[in-house]
Each structure stands twice: as C-alpha cells, then as structure tokens.
Write a protein that binds this ligand. Sequence first.
Ligand SMILES: [Zn+2]
Length: 331
Amino acid sequence: MKTIVKRLPKVELHLHLDGSVRISTVAELLNISYEEAYLQMVCDKNTHSLTDYLMKFDLPIKVMQTKENLKRVTKELLEDLKKEHVIYVELRFAPSLHTKEGLSQKQVVEAIVEEIREEEGITCNLILCCLRNHLENEKNFETVEVAKSFLNHGVVALDLAGDESKYPTQLFQKLFEKARELGVPYTIHAGEASSYHSILEALRFGAVRIGHGIATIENQGLMNTLKEDKILLEVCPQSNVDTDIVTEKKKHPIKQLFSNVPISINTDNRTVSNITLTEEYEDLMKLFDFTIDDIKTCNLNAIKSSFLNEQEKEKLKKQIEEEYYDATYRS
Ligand SMILES: [Zn+2]
C-alpha cells in the first residue's frame, strides 16, 4: 500500500514554505547541530497550542532573509514534493517576514517566483500571506499591492495567517476590501483555533476557500452553505493534532467533513508537523477507512477550487483520472 500511495499524483493547496524548510539546511546555514535545529523546528510534547506551534517558525525565518537562501529553500521543498508525486502545489508565505536584512516584499516574491519558474516536473503557484499580528496593517496592505503586481505571474491569491485565537478575523475587514477592489482572490485561515463564527466572518469578507475550517463541524447550516457555494476547506489533519485542536488524530472530524463539504487534504507545515502528504493519506486510510477513490475525490476537489485557469485545471484533472485508474486497476 505504501508504494501505491506514494506513486499517486497529489495536489496540495495549503502548504507554508517557512514551515517546510529542510532541517539540515537550517542547521547548515546557522552553523548549529541537526539535533538543535530539529528541537526548535519540529513539534513535540511541549507544543500545546497554535501559539506554541508558531514558535517553530523562528529559525527558518531567520535564514530566509536573502534571495539566495529563499531560492534554495524553495528549490529543496519542490524537490521533496516531487519525490512523492505532488503535481501541483499552491505554496504560501508572508513576504513581510523576509525583509529583516533589507529585501523589500517585492524582491522576496521576485526571488521565489524566479525559482518556481525554473523547476520542472511540478507546477507551483504562490499565495501571499498577510499576518494577523500586523495590527498596524501597513505591511499587510503592502502585501496586497505586491500580490496584485504579480497576479497571474507566479502569484495567484492572498491569505490571512497567524494566531487566530489572539487576532480575530473581523479586525481585517479593510484589508480584504482592498484585495477585492484590486481583484486579488483570497483564502483565509479560519475556524482553526476559533469557533465557526470566524468562518462566517471569512465568508462575509469574500473568501473563496477556507484554511482549515475544522470548526465547520459545529454547525450544520454552515456545512450546507459551504456545500451549496462550493467553498473548499483546506483540511490539515496532523497540524490540528499538533496545535491541540483535536486531542488525537483518530478523533479528527475529517470523515464527517468529507461527507458534508468539499475538502482537500494538506500537510500545512511538513517540517513543523514532521509529515508528508503520503503519510497524511495513509493515516486517513488507516484511521478513517478512506479509499483510494476518496483520496482521488479530495484531489479533484482541490483542482476544482485551485486558483488555476480552466484549461490548466482540465489538464491536471485528466492526469489524476488516468493515474488513479492505473493505480487502482493495473497494480
Ligand atoms: Zn496554515
């Protein structure tokens, strides 16, 4: 089973670059031991909340301050994704976090766009994250402008990330009004560390997808709305365990969500959560009896709700259909 799952073509829509940097790279660039880097970058029994979880990003962000390093970590992540046959990824990061050594947000995005263009064997587009802790919001408005200037040239959307438990979605209304005015689409992290009201807020702002959205489970009416309006939840099961939103993986409501609303499966942060997409799929098959066909449905959902154009979607859909057929009937 392991090899079959690894060989299946995969689409990942919710993946943070800074949470998915190779530990060995950070150790090398900061001249510290692998063990030390591991300790500071990967969740453990002392990680009990989204706030604790977010501290695991400090080291990678420290090294992601030059064009050279930004390109390197992007290239390495794309190489890792290709090893498990991820064919399309929407990769996200907050450009404002990478300006500590003089790069502008625009230069940060430029460097990463250059890198994703060069990589063959995988298609990658970028989602730029605004941050909840920028209460003065100036940096966020700049991120929106930068997203607009690269829109459909490597960047496809915006996001709002950060500590939802401390900075509620409603504080960012103006930001999304601006994005809407400029015609930049967005997904919003919501209903992860907050109740379903946060998701309602995100929908009111015009989000076309929801990051996590696990709190949807609290409200049948909301589940119906998401289904009718075809709003996808970017579900990241292991991440929800690591932030203590669910106490153990087998208690995750993913099966119920899958039966009620369109979802896609994601890792969120491969390094912080120490997981691959293959392992996420295997866990779902083991713990919740997901079939290969269910996994295929999640991938087709992902393509439908991706920020690609119709022609690109059609091409990926064809590849998914063919290769899942081969995996199911010819092996
Ligand atoms: Zn996330």
